[in-house]
Design a protein around this ligand. Structure first.
Ligand code: ARG
Length: 500
């Protein structure tokens, strides 16, 4: 007999039983359900609904159910019990008789499920934060060792400017830091307790909701009963938070896949985190990273599914809302295993610094440095400098060499000629022309020792301007890739992790 069968004269259809039941998956909420019932019972005793004896036998009964479930011996996870709330309540009544039947006073499955699921999401939120913290710690440990390891920084997946490998890892960490803050914010947003809202309209009992809330670890009781049984914002927030975590993981995974290809060869996955091919004996595949990239998809789907379920639902509870759980469970499992395996495989990742360095000598990574030099030391407007350096790049290309390794004695005369010619083109720009005229006529420049273009632009200076390491070291602006600045960023993040 069902707990709610009083007004029915026929048994439900078997198909309905199967369709309606959520026990198969909401049994995950058993801990929270038992905890909620224990606190609810205490409250009922405090307001005189339950005698001390009833309360004691309810607590004992719930404890014995807890132990059975923990040991895998509980027999109540069957379709006939419909959901976790009825499974535990009916098992309790079987054990202790009438006292068990008093427990559902002043509550509904609507506030019960809202409580259980909120508590569950809050607990998982904290675990997720811990896993993110571990991942960041690993990344920062690696970053610390590579604040001066050159690699080509990219935009459009094309070589752009030299950066350090450590700096790249810190960029990943900045995203993971926001993920943790997002989780903290969601945790705060879910700190109102739904228990005591009953079906939708509250209850005539003085159910001491503020006290219940505190006992269950919330900040306060929820403001409005209809809202708290009719909303799933807390689950949507968690789904969105997880989607963002997985989005970040998918980008990390994508870069690891690219970097581990023969074309890049920046990193090598350890054998323990690599897979083989069933036909090609030579293959070593980055399946871990590919799965990490691929699994983000289902977490976006879970978010979209619940958004769609909740859209346009009339207040308060609707059975549609039972669809809230499986996607959340799936997103939680997916993100947990993803964070764990990413962390573990990173610890064993081999970093091929020599290949990174070699690849820095492609794509004229130091071109911006030369333009900046022409701006700051020669007084050329950036747009003109950009054009001059463009011709230098074409010049280097025509000789099949990179700007960072070009023979300075060949580049220097070409560059000087380009500067002088650009002045003619830019004669309308009076300020720029004046600078060059000054240079020509030996007027003392910014550096008082240097008096003309030839002395400002000597081969030693130009070599330094075009040096890859110097280029990286030069980017000292806050948030830049200079080793000193990267170390600072690492320290800031480590300090932040410590106070979590
Ligand atoms: N199994 C239900 C769920 O997950 C519990 C709430 C049922 N409430 C109801 N009024 N039928 O949403």
């Amino acid at each position: 007999m069902k707990l709610w069968s009083g007004r029915f004269s026929a048994n439900t259809n078997e198909l309905l039983d199967e369709f309606n039941a959520s026990i198969e998956f909401d049994k995950n909420l058993w801990r929270e359900d038992i905890l909620g019932s224990k606190e609810h019972a205490k409250m009922l005793h405090a307001i005189g609904i339950l005698s001390k004896n009833d309360l004691d036998s309810i607590q004992k009964g719930l404890d014995s159910i807890y132990k059975e479930i923990e040991n895998g011996e509980f027999k109540g996870f069957v379709t006939q019990n419909e959901d976790i709330h009825m499974a535990i309540e009916s098992s309790l009544s079987e054990r202790i008789g009438e006292a068990g039947k008093r427990l559902h006073t002043a509550r509904s499955r609507n506030d019960q499920v809202a409580l259980d699921f909120t508590l569950y999401c809050r607990n998982q939120n904290l675990i997720l934060q811990g896993l993110l913290k571990e991942l960041m710690t690993t990344l920062l440990n690696i970053a610390e060792q590579h604040t001066a390891t050159l690699m080509p920084g990219m935009t459009h997946l094309q070589h752009a400017q030299p950066i350090s490998f450590g700096y790249h890892l810190v960029a990943w960490c900045a995203g993971f830091k926001r993920d943790i803050i997002r989780l903290q914010n969601s945790y705060d947003l879910s700190s109102e307790c739904p228990l005591g809202s009953a079906a939708l309209a509250g209850t005539p009992y003085n159910n001491e909701r503020e006290n219940l809330a505190r006992e269950l670890g919330f900040k306060c009781a929820s403001l409005n009963a209809m809202d708290s049984v009719g909303s799933r914002d807390f689950a949507l927030d968690l789904l969105y938070n997880i989607a963002m975590v997985m989005l970040h993981i998918s980008r990390v995974a994508e870069e690891l896949i690219i970097w581990s290809s023969a074309e890049f060869n920046f990193v090598t996955f350890s054998d323990t985190f690599s897979t083989g091919s069933s036909i090609m004996p030579q293959k070593k595949n980055p399946d871990v990273a590919e799965l990490l990239r691929g699994k983000s998809g289902r977490t976006f789907g879970n978010l979209m599914a619940l958004l769609t379920t909740m859209k346009a639902l009339p207040y308060a509870y609707n059975k549609d809302m039972q669809e809230d759980k499986e996607g959340v469970f799936d997103s939680i499992n997916t993100s947990f295993i993803s964070l764990k395996i990413l962390n573990a495989s990173l610890k064993e990742l081999k970093i091929n610094t020599q290949n990174m360095l070699k690849m820095c000598q492609k794509g004229h990574l130091v071109a911006t440095d030369l333009a900046d030099f022409l701006v700051t030391e020669v007084g050329i407007p950036f747009r003109v400098a950009h054009h001059i350096v463009g011709s230098c790049v074409a010049f280097a290309e025509s000789r099949g060499v990179d700007l960072s390794v070009i023979d300075i004695s060949v580049l220097l005369p070409f560059l000087r000629k380009e500067i002088v010619e650009s002045r003619a083109l830019d004669s309308k720009d009076s300020k720029f022309s004046a600078t060059l005229q000054n240079l020509d006529s030996n007027v003392v420049s910014k550096d008082s020792k240097k008096t003309n273009l030839d002395s400002i632009l000597d081969s030693k200076t130009l070599k330094k301007v075009l040096d890859l390491n110097e280029s990286m070291k030069r980017r000292t602006s806050k948030g830049g890739t200079a080793p000193k600045e990267t170390k600072q960023q690492i320290k800031t993040l480590q300090k932040w992790l410590k106070q979590l």
